[in-house]
Design a protein. Structure first.
Length: 162
């Protein structure tokens, strides 16, 4: 009788673990879809960032051909360049996270339920971090664009008054 109870207990625990792993695998599938969505947004943002870098280089080139009397213009350009380089580093980090999340799927079934839960929690945190950083960078791009327009207006008015 004890053997039967022990066997049933083991089967019950095994079945419960399999159910939990199934639920965790479904959560991974949902997070993979979210990862795909974040990857699309990331790709679009990367394209926007590259355009922003090109505009910044054009702006710097135009400045190099001018005699600038206002040193704050150069300070602003240097500040923009630092921000854009920081964005490059953040975006490279996002590329690595997105790839790691895609690669996770292949090993996920071999993990214990505890490992699965830990991976899913880390993935959720990483997704939130990427979304927050995209939002921050988008705001900073907006500020840089506004600054470029203001600086160009200033420089154009100086050029036309000479």
């Amino acid at each position: 009788m004890r053997k039967i109870i022990y066997t049933l207990t083991v089967l019950f625990v095994f079945a419960a673990c399999n159910d939990e792993k199934k639920v965790l695998s479904e959560q991974l599938d949902e997070l993979q879809m979210q990862n795909d969505s974040i990857e699309k947004i990331h790709s679009e943002f990367q394209s926007t960032h590259n355009q922003m870098m090109d505009k910044h280089e054009q702006f710097k080139s135009k400045l190099n051909n001018m005699e600038i009397k206002d040193s704050t213009v150069l300070e602003d350009v240097a500040r923009h360049e630092v921000i854009l380089k920081q964005h490059d580093a953040v975006l490279a980090g996002h590329d690595k996270m997105i790839k790691a999340h895609k690669d996770l799927k292949s090993d996920f079934g071999d993990m214990t339920a505890i490992e699965m839960r830990a991976q899913l929690e880390e993935m959720k945190k990483a997704h939130q971090t990427m979304m927050d950083e995209h939002s921050k960078m988008e705001n900073e791009h907006g500020v840089i664009m506004d600054d470029h327009e203001t600086l160009m207006s200033k420089l154009d008015s100086v050029e036309t008054s000479e």
